[in-house]
Design a protein around this ligand. Structure first.
Ligand code: NAP
Length: 291
């Protein structure tokens, strides 16, 4: 029987996960389909119980449900520490035997894989993270475990301080221009985990070219648009290593697929599917603007 997977969140209609996972299933020769389900926050428990009853094999979880689903799954240690789940497995293959679905967080795995590909060893690296939300927590957890030295800059300073307090080697700061200037000067890696610069606010950035130096690695986890304003500013500053959010999206999706199927996912096929979908959306937007 065809296996059904999906993503739950609200809003969900712009999710790229169906395109990415369906391309992977086809390439892997799996009789499976991946769908997007809009689930409002107060119905998340019903949705998970319903998915289990319907025999859905696995779910991804996105904004604003990643924290809410924790009480309905058996979260593994990493997801429990991060306080957010983005992957649910309903199979008994990975289950705890209690009948409760298993919960994981693959966001940090995705980001770490991308960074390692570009920077190698992370131990001792000075990393400035913009934001202290769900994605920041997942990424910070993995970088901290790798021995990186973190600075967490967030608009809500209390939230930055709370995140830093869970980590071994992290300093919280506010999103203040002077502080950012000083910390970016000393940083090896700058990661934007805020939605600033995301469509439809493509002209926004928290950091401009004047604050960057060519040796800084700039990683924006926003993937829509594929080249954000922050990345354009990095280019202007002569930064050698500039990374966008598509690779992280693909790597976190691939990590979910490994959990669900135990198989090695076709990374290249998934990346191509995402880039094709994003390029088509950009063309449609440009046509609409010009008409
Ligand atoms: P979240 O939990 O809502 O956290 C958002 C963070 O951004 C918070 O720290 C918030 O600060 C900060 N922020 C929001 N608007 C801001 C503004 N105008 N100025 C300054 N800071 C602002 O969201 P999330 O789940 O971490 O996701 C954040 C972004 O990452 C989204 O764009 C999402 O699409 C992207 N993402 C990408 C991937 C990928 O695979 N590439 C994976 C996950 C997420 P306060 O605490 O002060 O509110």
């Amino acid at each position: 029987m065809k296996k059904v997977y999906g993503v739950i969140g609200d809003p969900i209609e712009h999710s790229l996960s169906p395109v990415m996972h369906n391309a992977a299933f086809e390439h892997m020769g799996l009789d499976a389909i991946y769908l997007a389900f809009r689930v409002v926050e107060h119905e998340v428990g019903d949705a998970i119980r319903g998915a289990k009853s319907l025999g859905i094999a696995g779910l991804n979880v996105t904004i604003p449900l990643k924290e809410r689903v924790l009480e309905f799954v058996d979260a593994d240690d990493v997801a429990a520490r991060i306080g957010a789940v983005n992957t649910i497995d309903f199979s008994t293959r990975t289950g705890t035997g209690t009948g409760t679905p298993s919960g994981y967080n693959t966001d940090g795995i995705g980001a770490l894989a991308v960074l390692k590909e570009h920077t190698g060893e992370l131990r001792g690296k000075e990393v400035l993270i913009l934001g202290a939300g769900g994605a920041a927590r997942a990424i910070a957890f993995y970088l901290d475990a790798e021995g990186a030295r973190l600075t967490i800059a967030n608009r809500n300073e209390e939230r930055a301080a709370r995140l830093a307090s869970y980590l071994h080697n992290a300093t919280p700061i506010g999103l203040n221009a002077e502080l950012l200037k000083r910390h970016i000067r000393d940083a090896d890696i700058l990661i934007n985990t805020t939605p600033v610069g995301m469509y439809p606010h493509e002209d926004d950035t928290l950091v401009n070219a004047e604050l960057m130096h060519p040796e800084l690695v700039v990683f924006d986890i926003v993937y829509n648009p594929m080249e954000t304003k922050l990345m354009k500013e990095a280019k202007k500053a002569g930064v050698h290593t500039i990374i966008g959010g598509v690779k992280m999206l693909v790597y976190q999706g691939a990590a979910s697929l490994r959990i669900w199927t135990g198989m090695e996912p076709p990374i290249g096929v998934m990346e191509e599917a995402v880039i094709r979908a994003l390029s088509s959306r950009t063309r449609t937007r440009t046509r609409t603007r010009n008409s």
